[in-house]
Design a protein around this ligand. Structure first.
Ligand code: HEM
Length: 503
């Protein structure tokens, strides 16, 4: 008996059954007492009815607390350049090597049924099924994150979501959060430019944001940030195009990805690494462990090393996309985290929420399963499918497999020794936090005649929904970035407030 194969109807098996496989001829019928057309009592004996009703009432599982609306696809990572001098990652050890992967792309703040094309960040998660285990990449569209202090994550998440009282999105709360935490304005500048409303997932560049480490078995390592540049070209929507599109097709980005792959028009991204030598971390122009900061391409050029192509749609959305589970903690030899506090903290919540969302045995689900995994103490638990058969549940054991060649993961960790005082740390906002937003304001001017104006219009559309005190505070923060930007935002927002009041 192969318990991992689900039996689906085949030729000659086209009949309905109870959940135990017992054939039934009338699955829509009712077992009841009484023959009268309108009058009869349903019996508990109606096994089929009780089974199908209890199944439907148990259909829903918790949606992801963030990134709830998403699309998935299978594909392949192809190594295009030799970077074995930087990392021992097995899937990069030969030019031309192909590694299968599963990807899930998402919006961040909206619920599972929310519209795709809203102004929001985009999440891009990849599960690379490498020969040395699953490597998960959980990246963003923007090259920076709004936070560098992880304990702010729950407030940030709540401020973007629905008000606990009205159950409405609340512009005052959203802007107040960022005014209290202005290190996030660098991220806001991207969010409120047209980059915040990408045409669809296929036309978006992708960034690791956090600094990771490319490692070697001898303990050497390089810091690295990854950029995946879309081969389709970047394509964004204006605010008005977004509003119209959401009205016409709230699932546009989902449809765009699915239909492109279905038609054989496979989207792809070129993978680049930005490398920082360990000794350069302290002299770098930006703090490489600060997730609110972009790592400038002029200082850290993009080194190409691969291509991701998506080429197959999932057969079943719930089984494969909804139940997919990506974790920063899914590391493999040659790849490791850095001291970035956001990244360090991200090692914990993904597995934790997935144990709640999917149950303890979620790594056994086909989409999450690595090519090989073995630890005899990982046993039992709800809905266990594999459970290592008759192998002993302890180790080492004379009754189990004899492990002949233990492999090490993260060998480089052994070479990092720390002696330090325990401190309570909270980062401070300084003028430096406004230099990248200011640079971006100037960059927008070079990106096309309307780009600065679009950002101002996009901010005004949102900020005009906030209370006067929050608006005034927002103008103050924008003034730290650029007087022209602040002036334009103030004029347009207050004009919108006035015209809304007259409606
Ligand atoms: C303190 C910081 C962060 C925390 C606590 C956090 C937490 C979470 C949680 C709880 C989920 C839902 C996971 C699930 O239900 O399977 C999630 C999803 C996700 N996060 Fe984060 N996150 C943080 C920062 C980031 C950053 C900086 C990035 C990108 C660079 C990121 C990318 C993603 C992506 C792509 C997903 C969606 C995964 C999927 O498609 O299933 N997160 N995050």
């Amino acid at each position: 008996l192969n318990v991992s194969d689900q039996s689906l109807p085949g030729p000659g098996e086209d009949y309905y059954t109870l959940s135990n496989g017992c054939p039934i001829d009338n699955p829509q019928g009712l077992v009841r007492l009484g023959n009268n057309e309108l009058d009869g009592k349903v019996l508990l004996q109606d096994i089929n009815l009780i089974d199908v009703l209890t199944h439907v009432t148990h259909e829903r599982i918790p949606e992801r607390v963030v990134h709830a609306k998403g699309s998935g696809a299978y594909g392949v990572f192809e190594t295009t350049h030799d970077i074995t001098n930087l990392t021992s990652l097995a899937f990069l050890n030969k030019v031309g090597k192909q590694t299968p992967l599963f990807a899930r792309f998402s919006t961040v703040a909206g619920e599972k049924g929310s519209a795709d094309n809203v102004r929001d960040s985009r999440g891009f998660a990849f599960k690379l099924y490498t020969e040395e285990g699953n490597l998960d990449w959980l990246f963003f569209g923007a090259p920076m994150f709004p936070l560098r202090d992880p304990a702010k994550f729950p407030s940030f998440t709540h401020a973007q979501k629905r008000d606990p009282s009205s159950n409405l999105k609340n512009a005052s709360v959203f802007w107040d959060f960022f005014n209290q935490n202005p290190e996030g304005y660098n991220f806001l500048m991207r969010l409120f430019s047209d980059q915040g409303t990408p045409w669809s997932y296929r036309y978006t560049d992708i960034h690791s944001i956090n600094t990771y480490r490319f490692t070697q078995p001898d303990g050497n390592f390089h810091y690295v940030r990854i950029a995946l540049k879309t081969d389709q070209g970047v394509r964004n929507l204006t605010q008005d195009q977004m509003t119209r599109l959401i009205g016409v097709d709230p699932d546009f980005a989902t449809r765009d990805l699915y239909t492109a792959i279905d038609a054989g028009d496979f989207p792809s991204w070129t993978a680049y690494a930005q490398i920082i030598r360990p000794g350069d971390a302290v002299t770098s122009s930006v703090n490489i462990f600060d997730a609110t900061r972009e790592l400038p391409e002029k200082d850290y050029p993009l080194i190409p090393f691969g291509r991701i192509t998506l080429n197959r749609n999932p057969a079943n959305y719930f089984a494969e996309v909804e139940q997919s589970a990506f974790q920063v903690a899914n590391l493999v030899p040659g790849w490791d985290v850095s001291s970035d506090p956001i990244l360090q903290v991200r090692l914990f919540p993904y597995g934790d929420t997935q144990r709640y969302r999917l149950g303890i045995n979620f790594p056994q689900l086909p989409v999450n399963r690595p090519v090989y995994s073995y630890n005899p103490t990982r046993r039992d638990g709800a809905s266990n499918i594999l459970n290592l058969g008759n192998l002993p549940n302890y180790f080492p054991s004379r009754y189990g497999p004899q492990i002949v060649a233990p492999r090490q993961y993260r060998a480089s960790a052994e070479h990092m020794e720390w002696v330090a005082n325990v401190t309570s740390y909270l980062s401070q906002v300084t003028d430096n936090d406004f230099d990248q937003p200011r640079d971006y304001w100037h960059t927008l001017a070079g990106m096309g005649a309307t780009q600065q104006a679009n950002l101002v219009y996009n901010v005004a559309s949102s900020l005009s929904g906030a209370e006067a005190a929050v608006r005034q505070q927002t103008y103050k923060v924008f003034r730290k970035i650029h007087r022209d930007l602040a002036g334009a935002v103030q004029n347009q927002t207050e004009a919108l407030v006035l015209s809304n009041a007259m409606l």
